[in-house]
Design a binder for this molecule. Structure first.
Ligand code: GTP
Ligand code: MG
Length: 546
């Protein structure tokens, strides 16, 4: 049994949404790699059709069915109505492409590339549509925070508030399909240069922690071709393999991304604002993919980042409390300006997720295992060594024993804030391999060990003021959760529990310390107040280091 199944008191993760369905193979859940392969293959059989605003769903499907069986489809709004159509056979796409006209070359100066993006123009189907029932549009973004807060106020516990947030924010099955389709459409392009390459998603699109609206991180993978080459080394020939020999891997990566970036910019249907960022630590091409509506980051195969995505995927699947807590903390951090979509000295979502994972490893009994424990469960097929780093860990979820921990999310949310509100950041670092605090190896304000490259700090970018802000907000949040009278707040229709934490702390938030401290004389609260005054930094420095 998986960890998540062991807990009677915990609600199962909502089923309707994507990423939660685990098709089985040979009586066990599919691994990350198996799921990814399946979704990539599905995406290759998929097309995107721009439709008129009034359309007969039945007629459209009837028409398309003449090119082959349709496995699944849905409609969504993105500067007009679009339909994603997944055929059961890839050949149906060629059949459809054969009957679709290409715009006249003299008017449009077209590049003769047959894409999988179509516009539906059949007039008579449109005319009939008015009389029919409206098509259902699948939402591709989450509700605004203020609507979320209102929804949360109607829940009956903090746990159910946290599951409500998860359910509203997490990627849907449809949105995941669209993400894989975006990768597959970019693959079509990349293959014009590099026929054996595949474009695959990584990061929060696949690690179970993505929220609707997050970017699509994708990478160009040559590993399939490399595996093939390895097998062929016995003969007398050596191939001048695709690329010229270049002096460094970094230079090769930059050259590859440079041509693909230009290609997407000049000829990629719907690819706009293409930006080549080749001198970054991890070179990438940024662009906006208009047909799917995604902001995309394309890089070249980065095995460590892919392994990190799989590790987070494993943690996200083990226990339903993991994703509920991560989503709540990420949302909380965003509301209070701890995270930001622009890179800078802010804590990243990736670092925050690692902090939540670490916190859950530290519970007694632990809710999730350490990376070393997952490594001990790895079998030969899971062995994965990248450079000098051992990145092996178990891929079969059913091999991981269930946790005995029965804490509720109410308790965990409070304890998270309490734990990090008093964490000795000056002295200690966060190590997910061992699931233990260890002495900081260098004097960065926040040190979180990269689980696979043990000498790297994934939160090196975070500066002292940002860490102090995190600690102050964690303390204030713990204080609000501890002090609040839920019944009273519900009667007076004020935001309570998680909802109270998602309103910026300031004059308008009835829960915050300044507004509530009048008349409270207890020593503990006084000292807490003192520690929060940023002009009086002594206490805070003790906690966060300087
Ligand atoms: P959101 O996009 O914010 O939803 O989360 P994300 O996990 O996708 O983060 P992001 O797009 O910034 O990065 C994509 C992936 O790159 C992450 O999931 C990690 O695998 C990897 N990554 C990002 N930042 C770091 C870092 O500082 N160190 C390491 N080792 N990997 C990182
Ligand atoms: Mg991302």
């Amino acid at each position: 049994p998986a960890w998540a199944l062991s807990r009677g008191s915990v609600r199962p993760a909502p089923r309707r949404r994507g990423g939660r369905r685990h098709a089985e193979v040979n009586g066990r859940k599919k691994t990350f790699t198996e799921l990814q392969t399946e979704r990539l293959e599905q995406a290759e059989r998929t097309v995107l059709i721009k439709c008129p605003s009034k359309i007969s769903e039945k007629k459209l499907l009837q028409y398309l069915s003449s090119h082959g069986k349709i496995n699944s489809h849905f409609f969504f709004e993105n500067r007009g109505i679009h339909a994603l159509i997944e055929f059961s056979d890839k050949n149906s796409i060629a059949s459809l492409q054969d009957v679709i006209g290409i715009p006249g070359a003299t008017e449009h100066h077209v590049v003769p590339f047959k894409s999988r993006l179509f516009t539906f123009t059949m007039k008579n189907l449109v005319a009939q549509a008015a009389a029919e029932t409206q098509i259902r549009l699948s939402p591709q973004s989450h509700i605004p925070v203020k609507d979320l807060i209102q929804k949360l106020c109607g829940a009956d516990s903090i746990s159910s508030q946290m599951y409500t947030l998860l359910n509203e924010y997490q990627l849907t099955e449809e949105n995941i399909k669209l993400r894989y389709l975006a990768c597959s459409l970019v693959s079509d392009f990349a293959r014009a240069y590099f026929p054996d390459s595949v474009v695959k998603p990584f990061g929060s699109s696949v690690n179970t922690f993505g929220k609707l609206g997050c970017d699509v991180d994708m990478f160009l993978d040559f590993n399939e071709a490399r595996k093939h080459i390895k097998k062929m080394t016995k003969g007398p020939f050596e191939m001048e393999y695709q690329l010229k020999r270049l002096p460094s891997e970094r230079l090769a990566t930059q050259k590859i991304l440079s041509v693909i970036g230009d290609c997407l910019d000049h000829f990629g249907p719907g690819c706009v604002s293409v930006q080549k960022i080749l001198n970054a630590r991890c070179p990438l091409v940024k662009f906006s993919h208009q047909p799917t509506g995604f902001q995309c980051d394309l890089s070249v195969s980065n095995s460590i980042a892919i392994k990190s995505s799989e590790l987070l995927y494993i943690y996200g699947c083990l226990d339903s409390r993991v994703r509920a807590l991560v989503f709540s903390i990420r949302c909380w951090a965003r509301v209070h300006g701890l995270t930001n979509s622009v890179p800078g000295a802010w804590i990243t979502n990736f670092s925050l997720t690692m902090m939540v994972i670490f916190f859950l490893q530290k519970r007694s009994p632990p809710i999730i295992p350490t990376v070393d424990q997952l490594r001990a469960l790895a079998d030969d097929e899971d062995r994965h060594v990248i450079g000098s780093y051992d990145c092996s860990f178990v891929s079969d979820l059913s091999k991981i024993n269930p946790t005995k921990n029965t804490e509720t999310l109410d308790e965990l949310l409070y304890s998270f804030f309490e734990y990090f509100g008093s964490f000795d950041f000056r002295k200690n670092s966060i190590n997910l391999r061992k699931g233990k605090e260890v002495n900081k190896p260098e004097s960065c304000p926040l040190y979180i060990w990269n689980p696979f490259e043990q000498d790297l700090n994934i939160s090196k970018n975070v500066n002292q003021p940002q860490l102090e802000k995190f600690v102050a907000l964690a303390r204030e949040s713990a204080w609000i959760l501890k002090k609040e009278d839920k019944t009273q707040r519900m009667i007076s229709k004020e935001p309570w529990g998680l909802a109270a934490l998602l309103i910026p702390f300031g004059k308008n938030n009835p829960n915050t310390i300044k507004n509530r401290a009048k008349g409270i004389g207890s020593e503990t609260i006084k000292s807490l107040l003192d520690s929060l005054k940023l002009s009086n930094v002594n206490n805070l420095q003790k906690a966060v280091g300087k």
